[in-house]
Design a protein. Structure first.
Length: 315
């Protein structure tokens, strides 16, 4: 009997993915959860700062800028983690790790995307432009924080929160930038354009990032222990589930307070109630610490962010 499990000499060789397909895989285009969890708090802050719909230009700029910055971050992360990713089943097929995209190529793609994000920032005002390189610097530091910081998810939380102060500066930080006639950029102007409310929202968003990225770290805890990586799931140990719920609690208190002080009461109550219900559902998913449950909880976080954002839109 012939062995049909083996390809015959005449069978066509599997087609190698195109460069475009590899680049899209590199930036996780098929996994939009990463940029959605970035987008909703940024747009929520934009709605608060503008007191409603911020206008088509600002909306488009922040949506495009968020996608570009997250995509650039994926390129940097995959280059930094390529040696570790070879030992984690979930990440072995990433283009850089699998050798389908070179390190130089991935960094080039990341640089092009970061420059494109900077070009988007140029359409805003000077105060917002000044925050852009700071946001990029923190995003570049995060992959290396996993080697040295016991709770690297906090660094990710800061990186994922820069859209909030930038949303306020874009609305409240002055006229649009004109490279030929604008006055010199001043850090004091950029700092004073961010009200205290924005920093509270940043704290709330960092708490949510700590929650969902700890859920993510719980998926890879065994592999990370073998590799010597530092994650919040390892640092928290048996308190991981309790800590995740505590992080969610901080997020709900701060963003719930923002809802109740900025939108109609019915919208605040409805959005907060749906958000609390989702957090309770997350607890049922992660309490057993199963990989599938923790990963499912992580992937569902964009719905939590969307719920709060819709509260601001409809309220």
């Amino acid at each position: 009997m012939p062995d049909f499990s083996r390809p015959s000499p005449t069978d066509p060789t599997p087609a190698r993915p195109s460069r475009l397909a590899l680049y899209l895989q590199l930036i996780r285009w098929d996994r939009p959860v990463g940029w959605l969890v970035l987008l909703w708090p940024t747009l929520g802050a934009l709605w608060i700062a503008a007191g409603g719909f911020p206008g088509g230009h600002l909306l488009l700029a922040f949506v495009v800028g968020t996608v570009l910055m997250r995509s650039a971050g994926c390129c940097i992360n995959d280059v930094a983690d390529r040696e570790f990713d070879r030992h984690v089943k979930r990440t072995t097929a990433r283009p850089v790790t699998a050798g389908l995209v070179s390190v130089r190529e991935a960094l080039t793609v990341g640089a092009v995307l970061a420059l494109a994000a900077f070009a988007v920032a140029l359409t805003l005002n000077a105060a917002t432009l000044l925050w852009t390189p700071v946001a990029l610097a923190v995003a570049m530091l995060y992959p290396y924080a996993k080697r040295y910081v016991s709770m690297p998810q906090a660094v990710l939380g800061v990186a994922f929160s820069f859209g909030i102060p930038m949303a306020f500066t874009a609305v409240q930080g002055g006229a649009l930038l004109n490279l030929f006639t604008s006055a010199p950029l001043q850090w004091a102007d950029a700092w004073h354009a961010v009200p205290a409310l924005a920093w509270w929202l940043v704290l709330g968003n960092v708490a949510q990032v700590l929650a969902y990225d700890t859920e993510y770290a719980m998926v890879d805890r065994d592999d990370d222990l073998k590799l010597g990586m530092k994650t919040s799931a390892i640092t928290l140990g048996r308190w991981d589930v309790a800590a995740v719920m505590g992080f969610y609690g901080v997020f709900l208190v701060i963003w719930g307070w923002a809802l109740f002080t900025h939108v109609a009461l019915w919208a605040a109550v409805l959005a907060t109630a749906v958000a609390v219900a989702q957090v309770a559902w997350h607890w049922t998913l992660i309490r057993s610490r199963s990989r599938d449950g923790c990963f499912r909880a992580f992937r569902a976080n964009h719905w939590l962010g969307l719920t709060v954002f819709l509260g601001f839109v409809f309220g």
